[in-house]
Design a protein. Structure first.
Length: 524
């Protein structure tokens, strides 16, 4: 068995320093990951587990759907990262910590491998065609699990020198027998006998090399927490007379979900009472005179963020998305990767209505309707025949066909021309909000005559999907949802960011579970 002197001659001192520093920086990374999760209110591995796609996907999905199991996994994940990271930084029980890190990183990789076809689209930072940062660190920890802890600078090596003789012999003998049974080779005989000479000062300093690094970590962490605390205190002082405030930003997680969104029929489709709107996802934001918002929305909604948003909606029971055919690529990829099965209702928007209808059908739309702006334009032109042909083409392919409109006159004209869609898409919101100025209507009001709309729609026998119910963010969801459902809407289309979905679901469930002063019978 090689002794320490033989090993020292086989490797230069710089190699020991390099390996020790590699162990320390991996420990730094894991420790930070654990602490960042610990200090993040409401952090959970739900999304990570629910979107798993590889060999243990069913197990991960079960964990995500089982609150006690999810809570346990969250706890193990956080404290596993913290304890493994701390041990690696200090070189304490480093072989055990390395094996724990291998297991943890291995599970992370299995949940989201960097395999071809397993990513969300474009290559992500840290993921490079089968190899990602989890695999790099995993193999480094495999190496450290094979190297006895006393071979590198750290507490493990220091402990072999500092144990009193009687403790050293008492501990070393059973450990030596255990190593012999496991046939684990050791680079050092220090564990089998106590040191005979005093520990050199240089050796002591080398084994404590991680302490200043750990001190730097703690200093940096406290500075970061301090900066965030100052920022939080500063923002909590901010308020606005309009009620738009940034005093806090606590959004509801799935743990606070109050139930699943109920469904109703449109044709043969079971559709959730709340339907995801696609404007925010596609970047068609009605932001009035804020000209940068559409670009900001597009930057936020990368493919993976869209997938996470749709998956979160489905977890709340929202099973349909209304959007433009331009987003067929993203929806198709969402299906192809087996992330979810959300229904795609196409607005068939584009220059050529019939081509857009056929394109939507070819890309597996669940239903099609004539987009509101398109329907309004065709009605103004008196071209109700083209609307009828769009309905016929959709139905010939076995899909529910609808007509959309911002203007009530469009709906009236379609009814007068004998058009009977499977569902209507009509705007509905009250006009009691600050930007609803009729003398300056520009991207700020979409239902100019809500009372007339409510009265006319009350007589129509087809299901009604109300949209623009929040007036593009000007009306609070609690108010807009109640207004829409009380005044005859069978479904409500709502554009939502991911952090709004659970809140809006809970609000809709509260509205639907309470008695509604509704004159129009439910048509779905």
């Amino acid at each position: 068995m090689a002794n320490q002197a033989e090993v020292s001659r086989s490797l230069p001192s710089s190699a020991y320093w390099g390996l020790t520093l590699l162990r320390v920086v991996i420990g730094w990374h894991l420790l930070y990951e654990g602490l960042s999760k610990l200090f993040t209110p409401g952090w959970t591995a739900y999304n990570y587990l629910a979107m798993a796609k590889w060999i243990l996907a069913d197990l991960f999905h079960w964990i995500a759907a089982t609150p006690p199991a999810l809570a346990t996994v969250d706890l193990l994940n956080i404290w596993g990262l913290i304890l493994i990271g701390m041990a690696l930084m200090l070189g304490l029980f480093s072989r055990v910590a390395s094996l724990g890190g291998v297991l943890l990183l291995g599970l992370h990789y299995v949940a989201h491998p960097a395999l071809v076809g397993m990513d969300f689209g474009v290559p992500q930072e840290g993921s490079y065609l089968w190899i990602d940062k989890n695999i790099v660190e995993l193999f480094a920890l495999v190496l450290f699990s094979l190297i006895p802890g006393k071979a590198l600078w750290g507490i493990d090596r220091l402990s072999a020198h500092l144990l009193p003789a009687q403790i050293g012999f008492a501990v070393a003998r059973p450990l030596a027998r255990l190593r012999e049974r496991l046939r684990v080779r050791s680079y050092s005989s220090a564990a089998s006998a106590p040191p005979e000479t005093p520990l050199p000062r240089r050796e002591l300093l080398r084994n404590l090399v991680a302490l200043p690094v750990l001190g730097g970590f703690v200093f940096a962490l406290l500075r970061k927490i301090g900066w965030e605390s100052y920022e939080e205190r500063f923002l909590q002082q901010v308020d606005a007379l309009t009620g738009a405030t940034i005093r806090s930003f606590d959004f509801t997680t799935l743990q606070q979900l109050e139930g699943q969104m109920p469904k109703a029929k449109i044709g043969d489709l079971d559709i959730s009472r709340i339907i995801m709107g696609g404007n925010l996802i596609g970047g068609w934001a009605h932001a009035r005179d804020l000209i940068y918002v559409s670009k900001l929305v597009k930057a936020y909604h990368s493919d993976d963020k869209v997938f996470e948003t749709l998956m979160l909606a489905e977890s709340c029971g929202i099973n349909a998305l209304i959007t433009n055919p331009l987003l067929c690529r993203v929806v198709s990829e969402y299906w192809r990767r087996n992330i979810g099965s959300i229904h795609f209702i196409s607005d068939c928007g584009g220059r050529n209505l019939l081509e857009r209808v056929q394109f939507s059908i070819d890309n597996a739309a669940s239903a099609c309707y004539v987009r509101g702006e398109v329907g309004d334009q065709l009605a103004r032109e008196g071209n109700f025949e083209l609307i009828a042909r769009a309905l016929e083409l959709t139905r010939d392919n076995g899909l529910p066909a609808g007509i959309g409109a911002h203007s009530l006159e469009t709906i009236i004209g379609c009814v007068e021309h004998g058009l009977e869609p499977d569902f209507w898409m009509k705007t509905l919101h009250h006009c009691d909000y600050w930007s609803a100025l009729k003398e300056n209507q520009h991207d700020n009001i979409w239902c100019v005559n809500p009372e007339e709309t409510i009265a006319f729609m009350e007589e129509l026998p087809q299901p009604w999907i109300a949209f623009k119910i929040l007036a593009a963010g000007a009306i609070h969801p609690e108010v807009g949802l109640k207004y829409a459902f009380e005044n005859g809407a069978d479904f409500a289309c709502v554009g939502m960011y991911d952090f709004q979905i659970v809140d809006n679901t809970n609000l809709a469930l509260q509205v639907l579970s309470n008695p509604l002063e509704r004159r129009r019978p439910w048509r779905a």
